[in-house]
Design a protein around this ligand. Structure first.
Ligand code: PRP
Length: 217
């Protein structure tokens, strides 16, 4: 039989990876070795299907896929927008639903309405810039942070933040509100453009099976 090449998947670590593997199981793609939470292994193989899986930090997933180190990736739409890589977005997986929002104390709403020159803290400077400069035509100063973004308006680093809101409890517990919605988000499957050509049949079969499964839910 002709030697089939491995298809390599990069999954964003954490909840998205868990949900992705659950979905894959439903269409008969399993990877038992990946379920061992104690393992320090980084790459997992399903020899029968010739699939390889690895876990990566979310923002690195589009990088692995763009360079072809992974054929396929699963990552949040927020990361895809922020990383702006040369990859194909092929499927909305429907989970990991949340919203990208401008948040802050209630009284900051006025600063947004009056297009004041304010400071905006975010883990997503590209998304923040795109929203304020190209959608709202508001000049702002964007400050890049790496986490716990809600702190910024509380301690006076910025007037507002651009961040993900899922349940809203982080905002509530810190006395902040959603002031404007930037866009809805969910987990997406992405594909390397060359892989899409070279492995078109296998990848198309996979996308079709996933789409059918998602339609049932
Ligand atoms: C994300 C996001 C918010 C929070 C929103 O942070 O940046 O802080 O989750 O979720 P909620 O609306 O359900 O409260 P994450 O936990 O990923 O960590 P981070 O603050 O270090 O980015």
């Amino acid at each position: 039989m002709e030697d089939t090449r491995y298809l390599t998947f990069a999954l964003g670590k954490g909840r998205l990876a868990k949900k992705t593997l659950e979905l894959f199981e439903k269409i008969g793609i399993t990877c038992e070795s990946m379920k061992d939470s104690a393992t320090r292994k980084l790459i997992f193989v399903n020899e029968d299907l010739k699939f390889r899986f690895f876990l990566a930090k979310g923002p690195d997933v589009p990088t692995y896929v763009e360079y072809g180190a992974a054929d396929i990736g699963v990552v949040g739409e927020d990361t895809i927008l922020e990383e702006n890589r040369n990859i194909y977005e092929v499927l909305d997986l429907g989970f990991g639903k949340c919203r990208m929002c401008v948040c802050g104390p209630k009284d900051a709403k006025e600063l947004l309405q009056h297009h004041e020159l304010i400071r905006v803290a975010s883990k997503y400077p590209r998304i923040a810039k795109e929203y304020f400069y190209n959608k709202k035509y508001q000049t702002v100063e964007i400050i890049k942070l790496n986490g716990s973004i809600e702190l910024a308006p509380i301690v006076g680093l910025s007037e507002v933040i651009v961040d993900i809101v899922e349940t809203g409890s982080t905002l509530r517990e810190n006395g902040l509100d959603v002031l404007e919605e930037v866009c809805p988000l969910s987990a997406r499957m992405v594909v390397n453009p060359v892989s899409m050509k070279m492995e078109n049949e296998r990848i198309t079969r996979l996308i079709t099976a996933l789409r059918e499964e998602l339609d049932k839910e």
